[in-house]
Design a protein around this ligand. Structure first.
Ligand code: AMP
Length: 227
């Protein structure tokens, strides 16, 4: 059992998720939502912006990934969700997780990151994907080359926002955020909430719900992991 496997609290069936997603969760062996998931599902499914203070291991990927996949089941073939990640590794990890949540649906995902050839990424972007996961620099390149259309984006996730700033991506992140439709829904996840992150949240998120998670559950998990 990992720290992200809670033993109490509501089940996944308490959030109005579809049978398809509930079956997938059963197959993945997810029994109950983690605290960040239990806090995130309702506001995200209701269309609210959210800010989650959560690190890797908290189950944050499913906290945003499940509601996004749920909402995109049956959507037409436009890019509807954009997930910004600081590193290629996180982009690939998030893609794997999203593909596992989207199993059995028609929701397709493309991943774009620097240091890799463009043609396969362009092919993926033009292949009818609903979700694009990527690192900021390469996302801007694809947007500027017209390789995908941001005008239908309904959902944006800024994952590991503190890492993003630490790596010097603030300008790129803000450029992308400014290029997205104003009507989009946004989610910002960060392990820490320094002033620069709060400023970005204030500028680009609309009346966000702060996801309150029992910090003790997380810190106990982390202490256990290290011992
Ligand atoms: P993350 O923090 O999103 O990187 O997730 C950490 C790990 O926890 C991943 O291996 C997930 O597959 C797993 N996980 C996420 N949510 C749950 C859950 N509700 N129950 C069991 N495992 C989970």
């Amino acid at each position: 059992m990992t720290e992200s496997e809670p033993t109490e609290g509501p089940g996944f069936d308490a959030f109005g998720l579809s049978e398809t997603i509930l079956k997938t969760l059963g197959a993945l062996g997810f029994e109950r939502p983690t605290p960040i998931q239990a806090a995130a599902f309702t506001p995200i499914l209701e269309g609210r912006d959210v800010i989650g203070q959560a690190r890797t291991g908290s189950g944050k990927t499913a906290a945003f990934g499940l509601p996004i996949v749920e909402r995109l089941i049956g959507a037409d073939k436009h890019v509807r969700a954009l997930i910004m990640c600081p590193t290629r590794e996180l982009a690939l990890q998030n893609t794997d997780a999203l593909r596992s949540y989207a199993k059995g649906t028609k929701v397709r995902i493309a991943t774009v990151y620097g240091g890799a050839p463009y043609p396969p990424q362009v092919k993926a972007l033009k292949g009818g994907v609903s979700i694009v996961v990527g690192t900021p620099g390469r996302l801007i390149d694809h947007l500027e080359r017209g390789n995908f259309d941001a005008s239908h984006i309904e959902f944006m996730v800024l994952d590991e926002a503190d890492e993003m700033l630490r790596m010097g991506f603030q300008e790129e992140v803000e450029r992308i955020l400014s290029a997205l439709p104003e009507t989009r829904q946004s989610a910002l996840f960060s392990a820490t909430m320094p002033k620069r992150i709060r400023k970005i949240a204030k500028r680009y998120l609309k009346d966000p719900v702060l996801l309150q998670v029992e910090s003790s559950a997380l810190s106990v998990g982390h202490i256990e992991q290290r011992s």
